[in-house]
Design a protein around this ligand. Sequence first.
Ligand code: TA6
Length: 296
Amino acid sequence: MFEALQAEFGIPQALSVVAGQNDLPKVVLTHASGARAEVYLHGGHVTSWTTAEGDELFFVSRESYFALERPIRGGIPIIFPQFGGGPLPQHGFARISDWQLISTALRDDGDISATLLLESSPSTLALWPHYFRLELEMQLSVSSLTVTMRVDNTDDNSFGFQAALHTYFGVADIHKTAVYGLQGVTLIDSLRDDAREDETREVIRFAEETDRIYLTALDQLHIADEGHGRTISIQKQHMPDVVVWNPWIDKAQRMRDFGDDEYLRMVCVETGIIAATRVLPAGERWEGKTMFTVGV
Ligand code: TA6
């Protein structure tokens, strides 16, 4: 499989299709600066984004599964068409489905892009009776990674969906990590019976399990990874909601695909249509994107 995909989509020195963990196909993007990114066809799952200096910016658990029917723990799980629990598998079926690589490009500005596709199929229709196309495009530059989701309603009727990038960022120490940009935003606290309140803090720090949905947050926020001396900026478009999540000690111990101590070195800051369901009329498209930029 790899040889055929490599022959069709490979770009010398810029993009290759290789065997990832457990021989799952993985697309590797390598920018001329040395910045890199990786995405598995399984789940359309971005698992790595590294700086030109080789620093890894995403978190993937050492205990993660790399197996069909299971989500990878870390990187960017693609959440569609359902966020959280409900009639479908937890967080929807996109992150446990096999995607196709449909296009790659080395752009004139030196950025490298790859686009993956998940289309409705008998197995998705059995779970969710709607015809759709879901594209994931990633674009790598020297200091940023832009991830775009496109949902096409190819059905005869409208459908409602949720869609999110459930991004796991690696940090040196959760105790030296802060999230900026959510002050004044109304939140739902998933750990306090979905209590609603306004975020009063300019700087969000972590000292316990945290699981909050921020409703229609501003389109720019920042993660200060003080322990590494770096900041990751998040710029989103048409992805209104944000989730901030850290499992902390007890939940970390309950998660089989997550090391007991790994809560110390990660934070999820997620972007998408999360709190509500977006209705997409037949024949129409929704597109949402998030740009991650690293600075020191
Ligand atoms: O986004 C936060 C959350 O919904 C948490 O409640 C927690 O369940 C997390 O997602 C991980 O979910 P997962 O199904 O990947 O274990």
